[in-house]
Each structure stands twice: as C-alpha cells, then as structure tokens.
Design a protein around this ligand. Structure first.
Ligand code: NAD
Length: 492
C-alpha cells in the first residue's frame, strides 16, 4: 500500500487493509479554457481568467476565462442571431441533434465522470453511476419530445421564448447543465449557460461535444465566471427567459431583478428536507435511505434529507444503527471506486459547514462523528456526522448546511411529524418511511414539499418533474411540466 492508501484506511478507522481501486481513466484537461460563444472558444475580451482546482488535493486543474459584461453581450447576440433559424428547424431535426449529443455523452461518459469528480470532489462511483447516466438520459428523453410538442400542448401553438439565460450551481455541474439545456433546445430556444465558478470544466467539455455534433453556432453559448457573470446574463436586454438553480438568496435577488421586465423565471433553490421514519418502517432500508439522503455527494444536494424525524419509540435503536452504518462509510480519494464520501467542493463551503456545526454545538446539540482517523492532509474535507438533542429552534435544524451533517429529532404522532417537517421556510423534498400505504398517502398530502419520496430517497428520472415550493423555488424541471417552462404561453 502507498502512504495515501494507508491514509484512506486510517481515515476510516479500519484495522484491516482495503484494496484501493483508483480510477485509471484520465480525461485530457487543457491548461486554459476560453468562453464558448457562437460555436468557438475565445478568451474573455479583457483577458481575465480564474483558476479551477481539484478540491481533493487543492491542485490547480486549469485556468478558465472570466466572462465580463462585454463577453455576455457577445454570447447573448450570438444566441439571438441563432434563435430564429433554430426555432424554424423541424422538431425532428432538433431531436436529431439532441440524440446525437446524448450518444456522444454516452461514448465519453467515463472521461466526463472522472472530470466531474476531479473538478467537484464527488466520489467517482456517483459521477460514473448516477450523474453521467442521468445526463445522457435527459438528452435522450428531450430528444424524444422535440417532434411531439404539438401533442404535449394540444390546441396551442408551440412557440419558444427565444434566448434563455441559464445559471447553474456546482453540486451537479453537468447534470444541472443537462436539466437546463435539454428542454430549452427541444422546444426551439437558444441558450446562454453560466456554470458555477468552482466547477466549469465539464460544461466546457460538453461544449466540445456540441462542436463535434455540429450544433449550429450560437444555439448554445457557455460563459464561465462568478456571480458577476451571472448577474450580467440576468440583466441582459436580449434575455427572454431565465432559469436559475442555486441559493435562495441569489434566487430572490434574481426575482427582484426580473420582476420589472416581465421575464419568465424558474427557480430551483435551497432546501432543508425532512426524512420521517415511523416505527413500522423497514429499519435497514430506512437506514440506507437516510444514508443516501444525507451523505450522497457529501450532502451537497439541494434535496438532501438533512432533518431526520424518527418516531420516539424507535429513536434509540435507529440512532445506534445509523451510527454503526456511518462508521462504515469510507472518506477519501474521490477517484477511488470504494470511496463513499469525497471532498468538500471549496474552501468557502468547508468554512460554512464548520461554522454551522460549531454553532450547533454551542447551542447544545450533541455531535456524533465516528471517523476516528485524520482526514487527508491536502484538499477540503469534512467527515459525515449527525447531531442528536436537536431542538427545532437550533440553527442546525433550520439552516441549509449543504454538507454531510444530519440533524436528528423525534416525534410522537403523525401530526407532530407534519408540524415539525413543515416548520421551515423551504419546501423542496421529503421522505416518508412506513409499512402502511394509507399513512404514506395521508402524510404526502400534508407535507409542504415539491417532491415526496416514499420508502426511498433521491430517485431521479427525466420523465419525473422536480422542483420546490415555498422558498425552495417554483417551476419544475423534467417531464412534461419541465417542458412548459420553455414554451411561450404555457409557462405560467
Ligand atoms: P449560488 O446561488 O451561490 O450560485 C449558483 C450560481 O449562481 C453560480 O453559477 C453563481 O456563480 C451564480 N451567481 C452567484 N451570484 C449571482 C448573482 N448575483 N446573479 C446571478 N448569478 C449569480 O449557489 P451555490 O453555492 O453555487 O449552490 C448551492 C445552492 O444551490 C444551495 O442552496 C442548493 O440548495 C442550491 N441548489 C438547488 C437545487 C435545486 O434543484 N433546487 C439544485 C442544486 C443546488
């Protein structure tokens, strides 16, 4: 074993060797990346760049162009020029481009998965087995819709908006790009996409695939940069529709910004989703669901089941089983196929998690953290953990932590579970675990959440709409509901 391998074993407190299984595929990463505007890569006009790093090592991966207002203007003009010819193509033709793209993504899936893991820090088994298959599935699904829109919106003329601005976060970089691009293109819109500043690389490699499939120039433009770039996209006069996935704070700012211009807006925002476990639930399945709900992608999931509500009569055994299961999770090299918990996406996010966890302890909640060994020396790491003794007023019960931190509470009656679950400004998702179908239907109707999973969690399908209520946003992505956002006249 190398030192690094030993470290991985140590991190997990194992007293036996676990053979490392590092991913061998290595994508070609250029030293610099330009903006993708009008079908070609080009530097920012003022030549500004920023560095994107591997959060598992802190090593620099590439320099990426930082788009300013002038670059966004170029991208918007390119999208505007491409809008009419793209909309006039038959649905069948647009569908062919999407099918071609989906197949290229499948062919490059391994490289893209590795790149996603290197740029974002998530375990390779997630980017390989969850993100990339879903990315391809989204393009396949929407390719299928492109020539059937008249059936989707019967009796109404199907007209695209024109130029769509799409701003996405860092937790599922390529998947969020697919969720946004696929329906927009299928419905005949053109796009200016703004990836997150810490994870721009897979979107830029997607741009290379767009060149390979001969997508007409200007139909998709990708402008990299930070909030300044996103703000320039949202403020541009050529914008006809804005779709945003990210924090509630920025979502609210965009709502204010677009309100005066009557720009249709969809917002997929934050969450503090509850997982409700009844005493009659299948315990082992529920434990796996909770593990998947909070520790998938280091808890960097908008719909993470970050509040666990357990029926009081089983609280003790459930917490003990959860603790045992948590001890088996392997934290370490995200490129190792055995790794369960990868790196935290950025230093800023790590600081935010640490601050909220400290506040939780100061408020009197009890932290359970069974990772006994040291975390890797380089990069940004936070072990999986959970709090017990949590009061609904505690900061860890209210604030979105967006890290591998679970808050455990209890309830005595279904009414109390509903009251606690709904006592949050958010309303993205919820999970119910019980043996009784009637209880599921009753609870699901009363939960204030856009998505309710029953005896499962974190299941995604392109045909199934996803989105929130309350401060988790509005509008849906996926399925027929998701298409509506990209067709004029049926989107509100
Ligand atoms: P963020 O809001 O800081 O950033 C999201 C995107 O917006 C990034 O591309 C960023 O550069 C851009 N941005 C920042 N300031 C902007 C501004 N003033 N104007 C325009 N664009 C701006 O969020 P984040 O930290 O990247 O992502 C984490 C958040 O995203 C969490 O709250 C999470 O719950 C949420 N999220 C929600 C969903 C969902 O489907 N509901 C999915 C993924 C993430």
């Amino acid at each position: 074993m190398t030192d690094q391998d030993t470290a991985v074993a140590d991190v997990n407190g194992l007293d036996w060797d676990y053979s490392p299984a590092p991913e061998r595929t290595r994508p070609e990463i250029a030293s610099t990346y330009g903006l993708f505007i009008d079908g070609v890569f080009q530097p920012a006009q003022d030549e500004r760049t920023f560095v994107t790093t591997n959060p598992a090592t802190g090593a620099r991966l590439a320099r990426v162009a930082q788009a300013g207002a002038a670059d966004v203007d170029l991208a918007m003009q390119a999208a505007k020029n491409a809008a009419r010819p793209w909309a006039r193509l038959s649905g069948r033709q647009r569908g062919k481009y999407l099918f071609r793209l989906a197949r290229r993504i499948q062919e490059c899936a391994r490289e893209l998965a590795v790149l996603e893991t290197m740029d974002g820090g998530k375990p390779i088994k997630e980017s390989r087995d969850v993100d990339l298959p879903l990315v391809a599935a989204h393009f396949f699904y929407h390719a299928g819709w492109a020539d059937k829109l008249e059936w989707a919106f019967q009796g109404r003329p199907v007209k695209p908006h024109g130029v769509c601005g799409q701003i996405i976060p860092w937790n599922f970089p390529l998947l969020m790009a697919a969720w946004k691009l696929a329906p927009a293109l299928a419905c005949g819109n053109t796009v200016v996409l703004k990836p997150a500043e810490t994870t721009p690389l897979t979107a830029l490699h997607l741009a290379q695939l767009l060149q390979e499939i001969d997508l007409p120039p200007g139909v998709v433009n990708i402008v990299t940069g930070d909030g300044e770039t996103g703000a320039a996209v949202a403020a541009h006069p050529a914008l006809s529709k804005l779709a945003f996935t990210g924090s509630t704070e920025v979502g609210k700012a965009l709502m204010r910004q677009t309100a005066s211009r009557d720009i249709p807006l969809t917002l997929e925002l934050g969450g503090k989703s509850p997982h409700i476990i009844f005493a009659d639930a299948a315990m082992e399945q529920a434990i796996e669901g909770v593990v998947n709900g909070i520790w998938f992608n280091q808890g960097h999931v908008c719909c993470a089941g970050s509040r666990l509500l357990v029926e009081e009569s089983i609280l003790e055994p459930f917490v003990a089983a959860l603790r045992d299961r948590m001890a088996q999770l392997r934290v370490g090299d995200p490129l190792d196929k055995n790794t369960d918990i990868g790196a935290i996406n950025s230093r800023e996010q790590l600081e935010r998690i640490r601050t909220l966890v400290r506040l939780g302890q100061e408020e009197g909640a009890i932290l359970h953290d069974v990772q006994t060994g040291p975390l890797p020396g380089k990069g940004w790491w936070f072990p999986p953990c959970f709090f017990t003794g949590v009061q609904p007023s505690h900061v860890v019960a209210r604030e979105e932590i967006f890290g591998p931190v679970l808050s455990v509470m209890s309830f005595r009656t279904p009414e109390e579970a509903i009251r606690r679950a709904n006592s949050t400004p958010y309303g993205l998702a919820a999970g119910i675990w019980t043996d009784k179908g009637s209880k599921i239907f009753d609870m699901a109707q009363r939960l204030e959440a856009g998505v309710v999973w029953c005896n499962t969690y974190n299941q995604f399908d392109p045909a199934s709409p996803f989105g929130g209520v309350k401060e988790s946003g509005f509008g849906r992505e996926g399925g027929l509901h998701g298409l509506r956002a990209y067709v004029r006249g049926v989107d509100r």
